[in-house]
Design a protein around this ligand. Sequence first.
Ligand code: NDP
Length: 333
Amino acid sequence: MVWALIGASTIAGQYMIPAIRALGSDATWVVSGSASHGASFAETQGVARSTTDLSEALADPAVSAVYISSTNEKHHAQALAAIAAGKHVLCEKPLAMTLEEAREMIVAARDAGVHFATNHHLRCAGSHRAIRQMIVDGKIGDVVSVKVSHAVSLPEHLRGWRLDNPVAGGGVVLDMTVHDTDTVRFHLGEDPVSVVAETAATGMGAGVEDSAMAVMSMPSGVQVFSHVSFHHPFGKTAVEIHGTKGAIHARGVIAQVPAGEITLVTEAGEQEIQFARHDLYEQVLKEFNAAVSGAAHSGATGEDGLKSLAVALAVREAAATGERQYLNYGDHS
Ligand code: NDP
């Protein structure tokens, strides 16, 4: 697979280029809004060509897939252009700024016969695969509640558009509630039907929230609590899943690296659970490549990205109005 990178971003440089290369593929283009930033990114990262003209990279017949990691408001137009050029697309979360845009991306990819996926990396982690397997195997009985603690400190080098640019899709809800949502949907195998929420702007930035607490109701009756924040310098991530016969306590598993510990607690006592510690982004790409070759996609699809976006937008609306929001994922058939 030969990739073009759309967006000269931190995640592309830090995680995705190494993952692409680890799988024996290469990224031969980077597309950036800034010629100088794109050129310096290309040089630092060893990417052969940089351009500010997306169509130039898309016109390269050697490029079979694009990875979009620009700021969030650009994902929609860039994905549509890539799809129209016949490229497979791995797009960062949130897929888009609105559900209508996300739907348009999914439908365009389907009509063009290209693969379209969302980079929700957590469901590709060995830790989360192990948690899901325990739930499926009935180790904790029927799930009754899930608590996700995702309140941490936004690293200094990422304190740009996320904190002060609502137009670019800043704010912790579009950044992190989407990941919590996808992870919980993956564990439970069902989609939230409604949410209540509060958000807060604790002074880190301007014009967007930096913290949010949301309660999601699932069709089965499971209650889900998600706490996200950029502004908890002493925070650690955790996922607790409580069931009728036991509980899963996972610490440090909401991460970009294969980290954390999982404890299964039942009447029999406490058991440390071992899990595969593969690179999360390599796994995303392996499953993307497999899907391009016709296998079922076990990573996050476009529909998964649409659903996490729908919940995030509902969380914001619930916080703004003080009213429970009911999810309508719409029809993108
Ligand atoms: P960055 O702020 O690093 O990059 C976003 C954009 O900002 C780049 O595409 C680039 O614009 C511009 N930019 C960055 N640095 C410079 C610079 N020095 N000079 C000029 N422009 C610059 O964002 P992230 O890498 O943190 O996030 C990018 C996307 O990836 C977002 O959609 C985010 O939600 C997602 N993300 C996903 C993660 C995951 O694990 N799935 C983790 C982190 C982020 P241009 O496009 O013009 O090159």
